[in-house]
Design a binder for this molecule. Structure first.
Ligand code: NDP
Ligand SMILES: N[C@@H](CC=O)C(=O)O
Length: 800
């Protein structure tokens, strides 16, 4: 390869930009390419493919001619299509010479066909792209010249003739006028030593670009495509495919040799050993970071497939190697790793695409190589490993067995699996999750933005950061009873202003949005709404794990509660509700821990209401009870409607939650309840009840006086006892002696006294603040962190 041309051109930095057919499929996309070219610094060199599917249309024309059909209709259709492209892209005046050239090429088609000069026909698409783009750039004030690559790109057999090509290119640039020009070069075509046009095969324009870059000793080649990177797998099939920003050269070559569509096998060859960097960039999203192919990038994991291949067993010593055959076939030939089955079988196994098998068989015969056994047709999946340490795990091998893998070949760098049928997208995704370590990502939806919900959201950015190394939590929705702020990657710092500006929503709209979010996803219910909790089955069917601070769901009548559990089980989803009892105190976890480790719980009792604990601890007669109640509400201890606390229903619900944790099929009505408010306050709204607070004050003053007289303290207590006749559960106001465990509470404390087979004489006691927005929001985050842990351990997206 020569580098003299760059010196002769005396340009500070040389960049080659290649645009494929889909980037040039319409006038709008030509315009976008022209804009992109103009944004590049200096004088970029541009390599273009044929517009859209022009090459396919030309190939169809050739096939039609070979079949003896009349080509006129196809030719007329193509002529119209290309002329329209030109007129839609350029002004009338600028279009005229381009149309004239196009017509002259198309008019020669019948003659070329007769003379069997099919490559002349195939060149038309690239010639048009170069001419059209150069004219468009010039029209926009950036003088450009179209170059037919056949004027300089010369091949000897299948190899470029570097010296001749370099000299010819220098002559072209020397002959152009001195004003600075952007050169737009045709991809895909060249000339052989005899002067005949040749084409460079599938994705040949990429190869043209790297050949040109080598001739120019360019600093950089950008391959502009419709994808933004080289992915761990085909992103159209694998939802969790990872875009890589750097891919090492060895693996890029391997991928190309395996027929991966992003890079052509020969694309990389001209740059081997040079300092030219190769970038894959998205023409649709040019602002996104490019993916660079570099020599020393760490290896990554990839999964790539060959849809229909022949497995060919050949003798150990061969007169031809796989690379040579691949070159001749212009198609991948994959050498399979040896199977270490203990035999001394020295034969080689190659995979050859079925589409080129007839030619391959003929070539092999010419080299005197005869397949040892019959060849078979397979779908092949290849895993390029990120390191030699990556092995086929137990779970992966189980999965492969389930999918009826026929043959498996593995070495330190890759594993190849052969199947009798093409794998489905779901199957591919499952294998991908085992082969490519991806950080799970969890979509989070938050319902309820009141007292506790706002605190939860306030803590969220810190939690996202804390858990960020192992899992990516993406806020995907925040809503209350009025508005919903929905979107896949919301900034939690902006929830207040964004929600305030958000629209109202309907339940079907919300569900439709959630359904289309990729899993895993979690709905965090921080509302007090029973109606909302009744919709859990819909959210679960839409793929959501559930975290409830809302006690309504966990205390629904058994029929509904069991239906939710069944829906969760059939969707393999979980339900966490640790804050429904004891706020941040991990009561349910402790109960579950004891049960799972074989203990038998006999009784759970204590003070389960933070609000009532706070009120009764503080209630010394210096102010009416209702005065303290207003303070408790202000501090965020009370339920949204404080009568849920005063009526004892909140504690009754908590006791039911614990009973159900113990596996008891209980209903709320089975828990006897002594309210801590007069019945008259139950009617109407809370505002109306508040007007009758004197009744409440006098009831509590009386109770306090009675307790004082007995030298005791008031505590609102709950207990669940498992007796031989079944469970007994009650919630009531107690007078306790100052030396009893329930007496020694700080305001707002909950206490849970657990008596079990193991904790018999000396019960297990959990104590701490049982209400308040901070501890509750913290408790919800603990549930979220546990869910994340579960997703990390099980490989989140395996739940797909
Ligand atoms: N405070 C505490 O110590 C503890 C509280 N909890 C539970 O936390 C939950 C929230 O309490 P808190 O924050 O004080 O309540 P708030 O009344 O302050 O806030 C409730 C929020 O839920 C929203 N909401 C109500 N109904 C719906 C619905 N159908 N759909 C969507 N959103 C709805 C409300 O919307 P809008 O703003 O539109 O009215 C509001 O944003 C309750 O279930 C409570 O029992 C659990 C443990 C401890
Ligand atoms: N209002 C409740 C809040 C927590 O569940 C209580 O006071 O315990």
């Amino acid at each position: 390869m020569t580098q003299h041309l760059t010196a002769a051109l005396n340009r500070p930095a040389v960049e080659v930009h290649k645009f494929g057919g889909s980037s040039l499929a319409s006038a709008a996309r030509f315009q976008a390419v022209a804009d992109l070219v103009q944004q590049q610094c200096g004088l970029p060199w541009v390599v273009v493919s044929a517009p859209g599917d022009t090459t396919d249309a030309l190939l169809a024309l050739l096939a039609s001619y070979d079949n003896g059909d009349d080509i006129k209709p196809l030719l007329a259709q193509l002529t119209t299509q290309l002329q329209q492209l030109v007129t839609a892209t350029l002004s009338a005046q600028a279009a005229m010479p381009v149309i004239a050239k196009l017509n002259s090429w198309l008019e020669q088609v019948p003659r070329w066909l007769t003379c069997r000069q099919s490559n002349e026909v195939l060149a038309i698409g690239e010639l048009l792209s170069a001419s059209l783009l150069a004219t468009l750039l010039t029209e926009q004030g950036r003088p450009a010249a179209a170059i037919d690559a056949r004027d300089f790109l010369v091949f000897q057999d299948t190899n470029p003739n570097w010296q001749q090509s370099s000299l010819l290119l220098a002559e072209i640039t020397a002959a152009t006028p001195p004003s600075p020009l952007i050169y737009v070069v045709t991809g895909y075509i060249g000339r052989n030593q005899q002067g005949a046009s040749i084409t460079l095969g599938r994705n040949g324009s990429d190869y043209s670009a790297t050949l040109l870059a080598a001739l120019l000793a360019a600093d950089k080649v950008s391959i502009w495509t419709d994808v933004k990177a080289i992915y761990s797998a085909d992103p159209r099939k694998c939802a969790s495919a990872k875009p890589y920003s750097k891919v090492n050269e060895r693996q890029a070559c391997q991928l190309a040799a395996l027929g991966n569509p992003v890079l052509h096998a020969r694309t990389l060859a001209p740059l081997t050993g040079s300092s030219t960097s190769l970038l894959v960039r998205s023409a649709l999203k040019p602002e996104e970071t490019a993916c660079e192919v570099v020599a020393d990038a760490p290896a990554k994991a990839f999964l790539t497939s060959l849809a229909s291949v022949r497995l060919v067993s050949l003798p150990g010593r061969l007169a031809v190697n796989a690379d040579t055959l691949a070159e001749q076939l212009q198609s991948p030939v994959v050498v399979l790793p040896q199977q270490h089955d203990g035999s001394d079988d020295a034969s080689q196994r190659w995979l050859i695409p079925s589409s080129v098998w007839p030619q391959a068989a003929t070539l092999l015969q010419q080299y005197g190589c005869h397949p040892l056994t019959d060849t078979f047709n397979y779908y092949a999946l290849v895993w390029l490993k990120a390191s030699a340490q990556q092995q086929v795990s137990y779970f992966l091998s189980q999965l492969l067995q389930q999918l009826e893998v026929q043959n498996a070949y593995e070495n330190d760098q890759l594993a190849v699996w052969l199947f009798k049928r093409e794998l489905t997208v779901t199957e591919l995704n499952k294998i991908h999750q085992h082969c490519v370590v991806t950080k799970p990502s969890l979509h989070l939806l938050v319902a309820g933005t009141g007292n506790v919900g706002a605190e939860f959201l306030q803590l969220l950015p810190g939690q996202i950061e804390t858990l960020g190394n192992a899992i990516s939590i993406q806020l995907a929705g925040v809503f209350n009873s009025r508005q919903a702020w929905l979107g896949e990657q919301l900034n939690p710092l902006q929830w207040q202003s964004e929600l305030a500006a958000a629209n109202s929503y309907s339940e079907p709209e919300l569900l439709a949005y959630i359904r289309q979010l990729p899993g895993p996803k979690v709905l965090v219910d921080i509302t007090p709404s029973r109606q909302f909790a009744r919709q859990y089955p819909d959210f679960i069917a839409a793929g959501c794990h559930i975290i409830s601070a809302n006690k309504q769901g966990v205390t629904l009548p058994l029929v509904e509660y069991n239906a939710i559990r069944a829906e969760l089980a059939s969707n393999h989803l979980s339900w966490r509700s640790n804050t429904t009892v004891g706020a941040g105190i991990p009561v349910q976890q402790v109960v579950q821990g004891l049960l799972q480790s074989g203990d038998k719980i006999k009784r759970i009792s204590g003070v389960f209401s933070g609000t009532l604990s706070w009120l009764l601890c503080k209630f010394d007669g210096s102010q009416p009870f209702s005065g303290l109640l207003a303070e408790a509400a202000e501090l965020g201890f009370t339920e949204p409607d404080p009568r849920d606390d005063l009526s004892g229903i909140d504690v009754q619900r908590k006791l039911l939650v614990l009973a159900r944790e113990l596996g008891l099929s209980m209903e709320l009505e089975q828990i006897s309840l002594q309210p801590l408010m007069p019945a008259a306050l139950a009617a109407g709204s809370w505002a109306e009840a508040w007007l009758q607070r004197d009744l409440l004050d006098s009831m509590l003053a009386n109770a306090r006086d009675e307790a004082n007289t007995a030298g005791k303290l008031l505590r609102y207590a709950a207990s669940l006892t498992l007796t031989d006749h079944g469970p007994e559960a009650e919630v009531k106001l107690l007078q306790v002696a100052p030396d009893e465990p329930l007496a020694a509470l700080a305001p707002c404390d909950n206490i849970f006294v657990i008596e079990s087979q193991w904790y018999c004489a000396n019960p297990l006691v959990l104590k701490g603040p049982g209400a308040g927005k901070q501890v509750t929001a913290g408790g919800i985050h603990a549930d979220l962190a546990q869910l994340c842990q579960q997703l990390i351990l099980t490989g989140a997206s395996r739940e797909v």
